[in-house]
Design a binder for this molecule. Structure first.
Ligand code: PLP
Length: 404
């Protein structure tokens, strides 16, 4: 027996309690193994030092780093053209990990006025409690940005395609201003993976809710931060301390989702564009937001910035009663307040993603009770249209009855 071979235990208790020897194999698996280990066993104290200063490759503790998250992070970094990436426990964890290391008491954030509701809540309620202030600006028309920067501004946070009206951020102008002021631009690219690469436009960091298109199957909750290596390392340290990092199983699942992401985005974008055109021709539909439709306020920018229009489509159909009738008439297209699934789903921003926000601000932005957000999936486009057209007819009946 060599000195590093384990002795055969005498007791059945010891035999059962100890981990098995690592598999003795020269075969490489085709797909990444799922590695659920919480902790790794350094050879000695010098090895611990080497692992922490990264002169040796490897792992110590899963909250800090683990193989499945590193595999996912490497793929997302390549997808976004980023130097480095970090996997977090959710999209909100990724946003928190990206911004927290940049902020201290008395600091200031510049924030797009139209954002996922919880991102606004994070800044306006949670960070405000820590003495961090913010100002909003219109990311699609950032002409007043310069007047809103302060000496304490530490970051600018926007979305490529805003949630839910799909306004297209003027990434190039905002990135130019951010660079001139030496402030990092952080872009939430959740709605536009593959179809937009904000880092090429000058963003310092990109964040994703991988729960959505990247995972693609509504069975995992994860987020990603990608971008300049020093900023990602700052996010990594904050994520490890606050416990914001993602777990192995969901990272492994997200890698599986990522394999089909470009195909899903391409197919869903084509269907969403077609449905948008059909909705536009319907008198019952007051308004349609799809970035590549000529009627969209940012269609020109969308054409230049995006390689496809994306899988999100938003319509306005009257008020809350009409939305209720529309959703009830669509039993096969679920009301599911998320997005990015392989199947088409509906959401109602006023009661879900933007719940609890100031109604006047929402009204000013156009996020009114008649707005329905559609996450387009991979079904046959004609099947989808037949169902949507039937639901619009049901809305018409409700409206007629209401008018009597
Ligand atoms: C644009 C955007 N960013 C971030 C998030 C938060 O992601 P998660 O639910 O994974 O925390 C969401 C969730 O809907 C979102 O739509």
């Amino acid at each position: 027996m060599s000195s590093d071979e384990a002795p055969t235990p005498r007791s059945v208790d010891t035999l059962c309690a100890r981990a098995p020897a690592p598999a003795n194999t020269s075969s490489r698996p085709l797909v990444p193994p799922l590695e659920l280990a919480v902790v790794y066993c350094p050879q000695d104290l010098g090895h611990v030092d080497a692992l922490y200063d990264r002169s040796a490759q490897g792992y110590i503790y899963a909250r800090e780093r683990h193989p499945n998250a590193d595999q996912l992070a490497a793929k997302i970094a390549a997808l976004e053209g980023a130097e480095s990436a970090l996997v977090c426990a959710s999209g909100m964890a990724a946003i928190s990990a990206a911004i927290l290391p940049l902020l201290g008491q008395g600091d200031h954030l510049l924030l797009a006025a139209e954002l996922y509701g919880k991102t606004t809540v994070l800044v306006a309620r949670e960070l405000a409690r820590l003495g961090i202030t913010h100002t909003t600006f219109d990311a699609a028309n950032p002409s007043d940005l310069a007047s809103k920067i302060t000496p304490r501004t530490r970051a600018i946070l926007i979305e490529t395609l805003s949630n839910p009206l799909l306004r297209v951020a003027d990434l190039a102008s905002i990135a130019l201003a951010a660079r001139a002021w030496g402030v990092p631009l952080i872009v939430d690219n959740t709605f536009a993976p593959v179809i937009c690469r904000p880092i090429e436009q000058g963003a310092a960091l990109v964040v994703h809710s991988a729960t959505k298109m990247i995972g693609g199957h509504s069975d995992l909750t994860l987020g990603v931060v990608a971008g300049l290596a020093p900023l990602v390392e700052g996010a990594r340290a904050t994520a490890a301390a606050f416990g914001l990092t993602g777990n192995p199983f969901e990272s492994w699942l997200a890698l599986r989702g990522l394999a089909t992401l470009p195909v899903r985005m391409e197919r869903a974008s084509r269907t969403a564009h077609l449905l948008g055109q059909r909705f536009e021709a319907e008198p019952r539909v007051r308004r349609v937001w799809y970035p590549l439709l000529d009627s969209h306020p940012d269609s020109q920018r969308a054409g230049a910035l995006l390689s496809a229009g994306g899988s999100m489509l938003t319509i306005e159909i009257g008020g809350r009663a009409e939305v209720d009738a529309f959703m009830r008439a669509l039993p096969s297209i679920p009301f599911a307040p998320s997005l990015g699934d392989v199947q088409t789903t509906l959401s109602h921003p006023c009661t879900t993603s933007h719940r609890g926000q100031d109604p006047q601000t929402l009204e000013r932005l156009g996020i009114v009770p008649g707005v329905v957000r559609i996450s387009v999936g991979l079904e046959d486009p004609e099947d989808l249209w037949r169902e949507f057209a039937g639901a619009l007819a049901a809305v018409e009946r409700v409206a007629r009855e209401g008018a009597r």
